[in-house]
Design a protein around this ligand. Structure first.
Ligand code: FES
Length: 394
């Protein structure tokens, strides 16, 4: 009971999951699975299925309130009447559900723990009113190309243009995720802002790029951690800080805070215009959440343009693959961006077979050039397309 593994291809991705039983495969064999579901999110072959067993209820307290419930800490929070969810407005924001972001941290018997994957046990005292000082982050290094928010005039450099850290955990479930080993896993150094800032500043001293980038996964999920890390960087050195994001949980207040803590570049990956397309691309089944996320990413684009044109370099991403989005919708996205500001840098990303969506074909070079022409004709002045022959654009 717990999980069933069928047709495992031994890619080992499940070994990167923070399995509360210690090891996904052993948990499947010996029935010790706690049914958190993290491994089912990460497995690229959908080889792991949850098989919910009847767990015994235990007595725990949540902020002093007694509840009797079975399962994980998140079940106890819900049983205590706390709003737990994927909306950033939730009392306990639980966006990744894989142990990567630490946004859902609580204290259990005085120790920090994750409500999304921690199994309940008798007598636990759970406290929710805490700040999470940790985040799983890996892949520190220097990059030559950058991302959607990297200014086009830096992209052709022959030396590294930014140093980067990849935060684990993502609130989206994109079946064609290009970075699933970061987005759905958590086995990585768990770092406080101070340690993270030190590593990134150390790398920046070596490569002298002038820019530090937070990418992921989704770097905005654990707000306190990100803002404090940025503040520590800014306090030490005057560098550009680049936020590479899907923009789905940004709001004006959060954007103001990011700018105040030193954000100078942002790349927002706009996934679609229509909710159904957004759901197809991101794998978000809940229509209400999909609508909220999509609205937030477009509103963030507009808000930054209207309020921080001078301080922040803004780039936006547009997806393209004919199986996922129509040319008509891409055109309408272009129109909408042009109305916000025709000068916004637009990067069109050629969605290729990755992760669970292996049946799509990477768009051809010619298709991508056609998309570039289409968007240029819409009045967008800076359009870069990602192609089989590298980036094409100004
Ligand atoms: S939601 Fe629990 S770690 Fe991200």
């Amino acid at each position: 009971m717990g999980i069933i593994i069928n047709n495992c291809r031994r890619c080992n991705t499940c070994n990167l999951v923070l399995c509360p039983a210690g090891n996904v495969k052993k948990a499947a064999e010996n029935g010790k699975c706690f049914e958190c579901g993290a491994c089912t999110l990460a497995c690229p072959y959908k080889a792991i299925k949850l098989d919910k067993s009847r767990r015994e209820k235990v007595r725990v307290t949540v902020d002093g309130k007694p509840v009797k419930v079975a399962g994980l800490v998140k079940d106890a929070l819900e049983a205590a009447g706390i709003d737990v969810g994927k909306s950033p407005e939730s009392t306990i924001f639980m966006p990744c559900e894989c142990g990567g972001c630490w946004a859902c941290a609580v204290k259990i018997d005085g120790k920090l723990a994750l409500s999304c994957i921690t199994p309940l046990s008798e007598g636990m005292e759970i406290k929710t009113k805490i700040k999470s000082p940790l985040r799983a982050i890996s892949g520190f290094g220097a990059h030559m190309v950058g991302g959607v928010g990297t200014p086009y005039y830096l992209k052709e450099s022959i030396r590294p243009i930014e140093v980067v850290g990849f935060t684990h955990g993502c609130n989206l479930r994109c079946p064609q995720c290009q970075n699933y080993r970061i987005a759905f896993t958590a086995k990585a150094p768990l770092l406080e802002p101070k340690e993270t800032a030190k590593i990134l500043l150390g790398l920046e001293s070596i490569y002298i790029t002038g820019t530090i980038t937070f990418s992921g996964g989704e770097c905005t999920l654990n707000k306190e951690w990100l803002l404090e890390t940025m503040q520590r960087i800014k306090r030490e050195r005057k560098v550009n800080i680049h936020i590479d994001t899907n923009g789905t949980i940004l709001n004006p207040k959060y954007i103001d805070q990011l700018v105040k803590k030193g954000m100078t570049q942002i790349g927002i990956d706009l996934k679609a215009l229509k909710t159904r397309t957004f759901q197809r691309i991101t794998g978000i089944r809940d229509e209400k959440i999909a609508k909220e996320y999509l609205k937030n990413s477009w509103s963030a684009t507009e808000y930054i343009t209207n309020n921080y044109e001078e301080e922040v370099y803004l780039g936006v991403g547009i997806p393209y693959n004919k199986k996922l989005i129509t040319i008509k919708e891409v055109k309408r996205m272009g129109e909408k961006i042009r109305k916000i500001n025709p000068e916004i840098q637009v990067c069109v990303l050629d969605y290729r077979p990755e992760f669970r969506r292996q049946i799509i074909k990477r768009p051809s070079f010619n298709e991508m050039i056609q998309i570039k022409k289409l968007l240029n004709n819409e009045g967008l002045r800076t359009v870069i397309v990602q192609t089989t022959h590298g980036h094409i654009g100004p």
